[in-house]
Design a protein around this ligand. Structure first.
Ligand code: NAP
Length: 438
């Protein structure tokens, strides 16, 4: 019997569990740990609440979770409740699938002002992550500046733009739905430090921005390169740029009917956030793109901002005893290997990029490495205690473990609490989740 501990129950975690079952069959026991009492990581707390079809992938993870040799161990924080060396003593392999839950810092003067948030916090707030449920962003001003031109920036701009009716069928949490219904934001500025040809937004997601009930995207036609230059772009990016062109064309016709404008500001590098206690403006420097890089021109302008949301990427949370690559913001690893018997997968291995599906081959790849290391005798003889040993340790520490069966009870309570047409109303406090289990 081989015992594998996977830390993190998001996409990378469950694809790795699935791969372990395929590789070792009946001869493996997999424990999937999560610090929350609820599973699925990014699927629950990161994917936008109005993208329910993407969230549907959790049904696949549930299939894996319900098999005999995989179990969910929720409400346990590895590195705090139990250390990595302790887990290594109990399991043949420990795989860190902890994602990248922290914001990459903006690191400019004024980034500590009030009403300035990173996307991890803001997305966590509208998705009901317990850590951010009390974020309480002030939406009473009229201009939100969203820094970054990736899909997270798009998610954030779209969520700020939607009417309560457009959230029907979503699982946006009540506190966010109510706050957004009262929002006074009329102008959303998407700030890109490079140009239209360097956006990271994918076409399907960008297209959604042109379909909103009360918001219209604005692209200054003069900011777009000559259309012939689109020919050199790879097909996905070319489609995205085609959306930008149609936004530029449609704006004048649509603007009168829409209360909110989502404005694309290209070639604008954030330099400082200005304000007393709370942000009031952002100072940006005009850039030129030279050899793919944003280079400042020295031309500075100010954009008023009552709310600033920085959507510039994520970092993995370090865990005590695990080598960390500070510069890259993820665990120090060689193709998924960290130390003997200690591995990482998904965003914790390669950083925050790609789709949910990218994590599947990642999961299979890390299990291939574990098989290789097992066969080469690098993981020692198969005599670790695995879950029995963990359960004994958990008992001595009085850990209150949440099982998958417990989660199903929590899920049922969330489904029962759903407003009409919505799939669920999430609990946003750990205590409430635990109470629903009991
Ligand atoms: P991303 O795609 O890497 O985009 C980050 C953006 O932030 C880029 O435009 C980047 O500009 C900009 N940026 C980085 N550092 C900056 C700085 N210091 N100042 C100003 N701008 C800066 O990251 P993401 O949007 O967080 O998305 C993460 C991953 O999740 C991506 O793979 C994304 O596709 C995926 N995702 C998918 C969906 C979906 O619906 N399909 C939804 C959300 C996320 P540069 O390009 O100039 O560096």
């Amino acid at each position: 019997m081989r015992h594998i501990a996977i830390i993190g129950s998001g996409p990378a975690g469950y694809y790795t569990a699935e791969a372990a079952q395929k590789a070792f069959g009946e001869d493996v026991r997999v424990d999937v740990f999560d610090c929350l009492p609820v599973p699925y990581g990014l699927i629950r707390s990161g994917v936008a609440p109005d993208h329910q079809s993407i969230k549907g992938v959790s049904r696949r993870y549930e299939k894996t979770a319900l098999t005999e040799n995989v179990r969910f161990v929720g409400n346990v924080t590895i590195g705090k409740d139990v250390t990595i060396p302790e887990l290594q003593g109990l399991y043949d392999a420990v795989v860190l699938a902890t994602g990248a839950p922290n914001d990459r810092p903006l690191d400019i003067p004024g980034d500590d002002l009030g009403n300035v948030f990173g996307s991890a916090a803001f997305v966590g707030w509208y998705n009901g992550h317990p850590q951010f449920a009390d974020l309480n962003p002030d939406l009473s001003g009229n201009t939100a500046v969203v820094i970054g031109m990736g899909n997270v920036a798009l998610d954030v701009a779209r969520i700020l733009s939607k009417t309560p009716q457009e959230f029907e069928g979503s699982d946006i949490v009540a506190h966010a739905r109510e706050a957004l219904a009262d929002s006074a934001i009329e102008r959303i500025v998407l700030l890109g430090r490079r140009g239209p040809h360097q956006i990271m937004m994918t076409p399907k997601e960008l297209g959604e921005l042109g379909q909103l009930e009360r918001a219209v995207p604005y692209v200054d036609p003069d900011a777009l390169p000559a259309e012939a230059e689109d020919a050199i772009l790879e097909p996905g990016l070319r489609k995205s740029v085609t959306h930008l062109r149609s936004f530029a064309d449609a704006y004048e016709k649509q603007k009168a009917a829409k209360a909110i404008t989502v404005e694309f500001a290209f070639f604008a590098q954030p330099k400082a956030l200005l304000g007393e206690k709370t942000v009031q403006a952002i100072e940006v420097e005009r850039t030129q793109v030279i050899s793919g890089k944003a280079v400042g021109t020295g031309e500075i302008r100010k954009i008023p901002a009552s709310l600033v949301l920085s959507c510039i990427g994520y970092r993995t949370s370090p865990i005590p005893d695990v080598p960390f690559d500070e510069r890259a913001g993820r665990f120090a690893n060689d193709e998924g290997r960290i130390l003997t018997g200690l591995y990482c997968v998904g965003w914790a291995r390669r950083g925050p990029s790609g789709t949910i599906g990218t994590n599947r081959p990642d999961g299979f790849d890390v299990i291939d490495k574990i098989v290789e290391d097992t066969n080469a005798g690098r993981l020692g003889r198969a005599n670790k205690q695995g879950r029995d040993g963990f359960d004994a340790l958990a008992k001595t520490r009085a850990l209150d473990i949440v099982t998958f069966r417990d989660w199903k009870r929590i899920e049922e309570a969330e489904e029962q609490a759903a407003r009409e047409g919505a799939p669920r109303e999430k609990f946003v406090e750990i205590e409430a989740m635990i109470k629903a289990r009991d």
